[in-house]
Design a protein around this ligand. Structure first.
Ligand code: SF4
Ligand SMILES: [Zn+2]
Length: 167
């Protein structure tokens, strides 16, 4: 699921503006050595510890199975443990209300809805292509050669276009 608007608690996030340049301790580089990632997360965890919206932040990540980064002081590994213990979807798990989960076999209301909107958009695109194709005018076939116009029998000319060589 993609959020239309950031939830209201984000305005109080202690991490707002706490990152500089490319460095973001809440999302350390995946390729960095584990020790470096841990050190970055430790920095972020210190800020999260004093954040007034820590619980909302953690719950947000848990409910939406957010796979990456630190949320509410929890790394993805921490969230995986919490999710297993408390029945949240595992981080990175496909979300209901997506067509991919429908294709994978889920028939819950949200997934059926996501699939239906996908199909509606697909049918609209097919219809639009067919209508665009129908708008292309049929050619007029020349049956008698026309020297002056330079047209010869069997040649197709689109209506509205001058014959080649015609004045
Ligand atoms: S808990 Fe941490 S990640 Fe969440 S808003 Fe606060 S500072 Fe940011
Ligand atoms: Zn579903």
């Amino acid at each position: 699921m993609s959020l239309q608007r950031p939830p209201s608690w984000t305005t109080q996030a202690a991490c707002l503006g706490a990152t500089s340049g490319d460095r973001d301790p809440w999302s350390p580089d995946d390729d960095a050595p584990r020790a470096v990632r841990e050190a970055e997360y430790a920095l972020a965890r210190g800020v999260c510890a004093g954040c007034p919206v820590r619980l909302s932040c953690a719950v947000e990540a848990l409910e939406h199975a957010i796979p990456d980064g630190m949320w509410g002081g929890l790394t993805p590994e921490d969230r995986r443990r919490v999710a297993l213990r408390h029945g949240f979807p595992l981080p990175g798990a496909a979300q209901h209300g997506t067509r991919s989960l429908y294709v994978a076999g889920c028939r819950c209301r949200d997934c059926r809805h996501a699939h239906a909107s996908y199909e509606r958009a697909r049918r609209a695109a097919v219809r639009e292509r067919a209508e665009a194709a129908a708008r292309v005018p049929a050619p007029v076939w020349i049956t008698a050669p026309d020297r002056l116009a330079g047209a010869h029998a069997g040649q197709g000319v689109l209506p509205g276009f001058d014959l080649p060589g015609a004045a």
